[in-house]
Design a binder for this molecule. Structure first.
Ligand code: NAD
Length: 481
C-alpha cells in the first residue's frame, strides 16, 4: 500500500505543509488506505493567500499575454508527461475508473492547450466610428486576483480549466479545491509552478466553507469562479453581490435523455448507460432522467435493466471493472436517502437500489434504475450518484414538457431518427449543452461549457466566452484630427 501523501498549502509563494487541524483522505474503494493528509485552512490562510495574490497582480499583468500563454502550454506538456502518474493518483483519491481518470487528465491537457492559445488572441475589436476623425477600439485587461473554488468530481480537469484561462488573462489565482481531493490539487499546482508560473501568482489553500467564504468576502478578490452545488453557488452569488464582485457559477443538473419511439433503441440504451453510470453518476452532466415515449418504454426499460444489472463494480484500478465507488460516506448516505424516499413515494426500484454485499470495504452503491413519475423527488432533484429515473411520456410534446419541468438546465440529449423533431428539441429544450443521438454529456475542449436556469450563472467556462469573466473590457475613443 503506498504511503499517504503529505499535502501543503501554497501561500504567497511558499509551501506550508503543516496546520493545527488536518484533513485525512481515504481511498473511496478501500477505506483502510489513507491516501492524503492536508492542513485544514481557515480565514487566516485565505487572507494571507489574497495578500500574496494582491501583491503579485501588477507584476503578472505586465507579462505579455503570449508569454503567459507559453507558461500554460508548458504546464500542459508537463501534465502530458505525467498523465499516468496523475491519473493513478486521481483514481486512488477520488475513486473513478483508471480509464475515466486518464480521460479526465487528457481533457485538462486539451483545455490548457486551448487556453494557452488565447494568449495570442486576447484582443478587442476595432469598429467604425460614429463621428468623423475618431479611432475607436475595445481592449481586454486582467481583472485582478480571482478565487477559484472547485468540487471533487473532476479534481484535475475543473481546476485546470479555471486556472489556465485565469493565468493567461493575467489574473493571479487563489485556488481552493474540495477537501476530498487535496493530493490531486497539489499535483496540479506543482505542475503549473514547475512550468514557470511565478510562485506568488498561484496560491492553494486547503479547507472547506471557512476558506471559501473568506475568499468570497475579501474585497481584493475581483471575481469568484465556482463549480459545485446549486445551494452553495446561490449563497456565494448572494455574498458576492453585496460587494459587486463578479461570479461565474457552474452548478447542479438533472439532465434528461429523451427517447422517442422511432429511435435506435440499442444505441439509446448504451448512451444512457454511459451517461448515467459513467463516473458513478457523479457528473454534473450525468443523465439522471430517461424520458421515454410510451410505445418504446417497456422495451427500453427492459434492455436498460439488463445492462445496469450486469455492470461490474469494483476498484477503479482493477481490470474489467465498469463502475467505481461513490466518493465518500456522506455521498453514499445521500444516495441511499434519495432511493429510500423514492420507494416511500411509490416509485419502483427496478435495478440496484442498495450497497453490494461483496464490496463492504468501500463506498459502493449498485447501478440503480427507478421507474418514477415526473413530480416525484427522485425525478426532480440532483442525486449525484448512480441512480437513473425512467419516466414515461405519452408523446414528444409531453416528453419536452417533462424535460423542461425541473429547476436545472445543464445538458440534454434526444434520440430520434426524425430530423425535424431533433431540431424542435434543440430549439425548445431548456439546456445549455444539447446532444442528438449521442450520450448527453459535456462537450469539446474549445466549446462553451455551461447551462441555463439553476445550473449555471455568468460567463460560460472553457471556450472563448470565459474571457468575459477573466478580463475587463474597455472601450477607447481617440480623436485623430
Ligand atoms: P459543493 O457545493 O459542496 O462544494 C464545491 C466547492 O465549494 C468546494 O470547494 C467546497 O469546499 C466549497 N464550498 C462549500 N461551501 C462553501 C461556502 N459556503 N462558501 C464558499 N465555498 C464553499 O459541491 P461538491 O459536493 O464539491 O460537488 C458536487 C456538485 O458540483 C454537484 O452539485 C455537481 O452537479 C456540481 N458540479 C457542477 C459542474 C458544472 O460544471 N456545472 C461540474 C462539476 C460538479
Amino acid at each position: 500500500m503506498p504511503n499517504p501523501i503529505t499535502c501543503g498549502h501554497h501561500i504567497a509563494g511558499r509551501w506550508e505543509p503543516t496546520g493545527a487541524r488536518e484533513i485525512l483522505r481515504a481511498n473511496p474503494a478501500d477505506t483502510g488506505e489513507l491516501v492524503a493528509r492536508a492542513p485544514e485552512g481557515g480565514a487566516p490562510e485565505a487572507r494571507r493567500a489574497v495578500d500574496g495574490a494582491h501583491a503579485a497582480a501588477e507584476k503578472w499583468r505586465k507579462v505579455i499575454p503570449p508569454e503567459r500563454g507559453k507558461v500554460v502550454l508548458r504546464a500542459a506538456r508537463l501534465l502530458e508527461d505525467r498523465l499516468e502518474e496523475v491519473a493513478t493518483l486521481l483514481t486512488r483519491e477520488q475513486g473513478k475508473l483508471l480509464a475515466e481518470s486518464r480521460a479526465e487528465v487528457k481533457r485538462a491537457i486539451d483545455i490548457m492547450e486551448y487556453a494557452a492559445g488565447l494568449g495570442r488572441r486576447l484582443g478587442g475589436q476595432t469598429l467604425p466610428a460614429e463621428a468623423p476623425g475618431v479611432f475607436c477600439y475595445t481592449l481586454r485587461q486582467p481583472v485582478g486576483p480571482v478565487a477559484l473554488l472547485t468540487p471533487w468530481n473532476f479534481p484535475v480537469a475543473i481546476p485546470c480549466w479555471k486556472i489556465a484561462p485565469a493565468l493567461v488573462c493575467g489574473d493571479p489565482v487563489v485556488f481552493k479545491p474540495s477537501p476530498l481531493t487535496p493530493a490531486t490539487a497539489v499535483r496540479v499546482v506543482e505542475i503549473f509552478l514547475e512550468a514557470g508560473v511565478p510562485p506568488d501568482v498561484l496560491s492553494l489553500v486547503h479547507g472547506g466553507a471557512a476558506v471559501g467564504t473568506a475568499l468570497v468576502d475579501d474585497p481584493r478578490i475581483a471575481g469568484i469562479s465556482f463549480t459545485g452545488s446549486t445551494k452553495v453557488g446561490m449563497a456565494i452569488n448572494a455574498a458576492a453581490a453585496r460587494r459587486m464582485a463578479r461570479t461565474q457559477l457552474e452548478m447542479g443538473g438533472k439532465n434528461p435523455q429523451v427517447v422517442l419511439a422511432d429511435a435506435d433503441l440499442a444505441s439509446a440504451v448504451e448512451a444512457c448507460i454511459t451517461a448515467a453510470f459513467g463516473s458513478t453518476g457523479q457528473r454534473c452532466t450525468a443523465t439522471s432522467r430517461a424520458i421515454v415515449e410510451k410505445k418504446a418504454a417497456a422495451e427500453f426499460t427492459d434492455r436498460l435493466i439488463a445492462r445496469a444489472t450486469a455492470l461490474r463494480l469494483g476498484r477503479g484500478d482493477a481490470a474489467g471493472v465498469e463502475m467505481g465507488p461513490v466518493v465518500d460516506n456522506h455521498r453514499l448516505a445521500e444516495v441511499e436517502g434519495f432511493v429510500d424516499r423514492a420507494r416511500r413515494d411509490g416509485a419502483e426500484v427496478v435495478a440496484g437500489g442498495g450497497r453490494p454485499q461483496d464490496l463492504a470495504n468501500g463506498h459502493f452503491y449498485a447501478a440503480t434504475v427507478v421507474r418514477a413519475r415526473p413530480e416525484q423527488e427522485i425525478a426532480r432533484e440532483e442525486v449525484f450518484g448512480p441512480v437513473l429515473s425512467v419516466i414515461e411520456a405519452a408523446d414528444f410534446e409531453q416528453a419536452l414538457r417533462i424535460a423542461n419541468s425541473v429547476d436545472y438546465g445543464l445538458c440534454a440529449s434526444v434520440f430520434t431518427r426524425d430530423i425535424g423533431r431533433a431540431l424542435t428539441f434543440v430549439d425548445r429544450i431548456e439546456a445549455g449543452m444539447i446532444h442528438v443521438n449521442r450520450p448527453g454529456l459535456g462537450g469539446f475542449a474549445h466549446f462553451p461549457f455551461g447551462g441555463l436556469k439553476h445550473s449555471s450563472f455568468g460567463a460560460r467556462e472553457v471556450g472563448e466566452d470565459t474571457l468575459g469573466f477573466f478580463t475587463d473590457l474597455k472601450s477607447v475613443y481617440i480623436r485623430q484630427e
